[in-house]
Design a protein around this ligand. Structure first.
Ligand code: NAP
Length: 337
């Protein structure tokens, strides 16, 4: 079979296609013929070696969907032909997160990912995908979808009266917009591009702010909410945006701390607004299998389809990663296998 592996390239990594033997199925495991994968900012972090993880020799990407071609002894939860997606943390099936789940994160330094024609996964590490989604759409769910779900629906406890703030128009943020819309919330968005703001508006995000031309965008959030602030911030920026997110959150509101788009550095602002506002700041690291299943039921009930910006062929993996790195996408970047 053909798959990609990370290879060392100076102080960082590149990807190259390599042959590997097709996996044979073991007890308790399944083999998935991967039909589509999606890219996440995390994959750029690995390539650029920004988190200091040695991914050399590993198959990249956490997110893929396909159909089961073989099941091992003792597997009763899935059958050959089932349409499935892999879960991000293969050992986090439900309940509270534990540090022992980290090594099972697909497509990282310690577990092969989904950029392969055939993936060998524990039977518990796949979930059925919603019937209304194509493989390409389902491949968008495991990381970006589940992360947005965890931020808003688990920890966020979203209600229709809530106002949600999303930052930028990448995979997690656009999922968050779709979920919040489906609950009936008002969403305020930010983007560096007025053309993307127009797309936000078409997707139901009435208010948006260009964070390049309006660098004090937290003041605009205050104006749009009549100084009350927002109930939930989907914080994908990290240290460089956290100060503005703290300024934007309402008293008693929540900041779901997810991303590092401004880098891994510490926040440049005092954390005291969290105290003064009685706000909640909670870290989100994707979610469990239980979260993924609950999200899929919601997506099916609301007929939500992930927003795919562009689809590349298997052979254009390096090109697709370069495209993601430009930040010109809106929603998700996908490859078909
Ligand atoms: N903790 C977790 O479980 C988890 C899960 C998934 C992702 N993440 C993290 O969350 C972040 C987003 O991931 P993703 O995959 O959704 O990324 P993505 O699809 O690559 O999104 C990139 C977009 O973010 C926006 N952006 C970039 N810099 C920004 C800034 N300073 N302020 C506001 N928006 C900015 C830009 O949107 P515009 O072009 O509209 O400006 C850009 O196009 C990443 O840091 C990723 O590592 C964490």
């Amino acid at each position: 079979m053909r798959c990609y592996e990370f290879v060392s390239s100076g102080s960082a990594f590149a990807v190259q296609v390599v042959p590997r033997p097709e996996p044979t199925v073991a007890a308790g495991r399944v083999i998935v013929r991967v039909r589509a994968v999606s890219l996440n900012y995390r994959d750029l972090i690995h390539l650029r070696n920004e988190a200091g993880r040695n991914v050399a020799g590993r198959i990249p990407l956490s997110d893929g969907a396909g159909y089961v071609v073989a099941i091992g002894a003792g597997v009763a939860s899935v059958k050959v032909g089932d349409r499935v997606a892999g879960i991000f943390f293969t050992d986090w099936l439900g309940g509270r997160f534990e540090m022992k789940y980290h090594p099972g994160a697909l497509g990282g330094a310690t577990a092969d990912g989904m950029m392969t024609e055939y993936a060998d996964l524990a039977a518990d590490a796949v979930v059925p995908i919603p019937d209304h989604l194509t493989y390409e759409e389902a491949a968008c769910l495991p990381c970006a979808g589940v992360t947005a779900w965890s931020a808003l629906m688990n920890h966020g406890g979203l209600s229709p009266d809530d106002v949600v703030l999303i930052l930028g128009t990448g995979g997690v943020s656009i999922f968050a917009l779709q979920l919040a819309n489906a609950v009936g919330c008002r969403v305020i968005g930010t983007s560096s591009s007025d053309a993307k703001r127009e797309r936000l508006r078409e997707l139901g995000c009435r208010d948006s702010i260009n964070y390049r031309t309006t660098p004090d965008w937290e003041k605009e959030v205050a104006r749009l909410t009549e100084k009350r602030g927002v109930d939930c911030v989907v914080e994908v920026g990290g240290g460089g945006t956290l100060g503005k997110s703290m300024a934007s959150v309402a008293a008693g509101g929540r900041i779901a701390l997810i991303g590092v788009l401004t880098g891994f550095g510490p926040p440049s602002d005092s954390l005291f607004p969290i105290v003064a506002k009685n706000a909640t700041l909670n870290g989100i690291y994707v979610g469990s299998r239980t979260d993924f299943v609950a999200m899929n039921a919601f997506l099916a009930a609301k007929a939500i389809r992930p927003i795919i910006d562009r689809t590349f062929p298997f052979d254009a993996f390096a090109e697709s990663l370069e495209y993601l790195a430009t930040g010109s996408h809106f929603g998700k970047v996908v490859l078909t296998l």
